[in-house]
Write a new protein. Sequence first.
Length: 99
Amino acid sequence: MLYAFICHDHPNSLQLRLQARPEHLARLESLKQQGRLIIAGPHPAIDSEDPGEAGFSGSLIVAEFDNLATAQQWAAEDPYQKAGVYKKVSVKPFKKVLP
């Protein structure tokens, strides 16, 4: 089943995000290689593709997991979570309808 990871950053966490980014991307790349990643990306803190020093307000990931508990465990082990980038992460079942 698909799960949506709705992640909210701590304010002023851009430097922590940049430091943990290589490990975070490696985990997403692994999901992609397994054919389980649907979409992933950050929410810029301002209305811009490149928010610069404004940074990001969070992230959205949609990926396939066997069950909610497995998805929640994956989220708990995310480098952004461990580095203190995220202040809150919600994991919810997701049903893709379109496209």
